[in-house]
Design a protein around this ligand. Sequence first.
Ligand SMILES: O=C(CO)COP(=O)(O)O
Ligand SMILES: [Zn+2]
Length: 220
Amino acid sequence: MSAAVATGRDEHRLREEIVHFGRSLFNRGLTAGSSGNISVRLDDGWLLTPTNACLGELDPAELAKLDWDGRHVSGAQPSKEAFLHRSMYEERAGAGAIVHLHSTHSAAVSCMGGLDCEDCLPPLTAYFVMKIGKLPLIPYYRPGDPALGDAIRGLARKHCAVLLANHGPVVSGTTLDAAVYATEELEETAKLFLLLRDLPTRPLNDAQIDELVRVFKLQR
Ligand SMILES: O=C(CO)COP(=O)(O)O
Ligand SMILES: [Zn+2]
């Protein structure tokens, strides 16, 4: 679908893609109210959903455009999580898009005690390994706290996705559809994890994970 870095006509198409995926995620209950935000990288900056916007009702012309110095170039007031997206782009040169949601099962896991902060969901399925890999947990910060940008920085280089404690996931992808699909896979795995909590489970073993890394050329 979209290229990782966009020019000219692509910006128009990427604005439409943000609106399309925002509506799709919202209509399927993957984020509620005015929660969540979506961004895409352009050749001359990046697009971000406006603050307090419902992802189900975005206007392509109203999306915020920012430059790489953090300046707001055009559109509505950008999401309060702008620095979070920016930190992730700065650490991940190949990231073309970022999705942050308050998806219910991922948010539920983010509120649990006793999680492994370096790897907070087990490799229950191949698709979780393929789309997400190891998922670090970022300690709690209030939404919009600039310290969150610094907290994510060290981890984003090695991980395409992180889970914000008592909040929700932040997932990057080379393209917007890849970032959305990975976010959905994370949500499904969080749901499975909660469904299986009181049952003996058999996550994938190291050899099975190594095979996925080899066959699908996963960056680990
Ligand atoms: O998810 C959100 C905060 O974490 C939504 O914030 P914005 O409305 O500012 O994008
Ligand atoms: Zn949020």
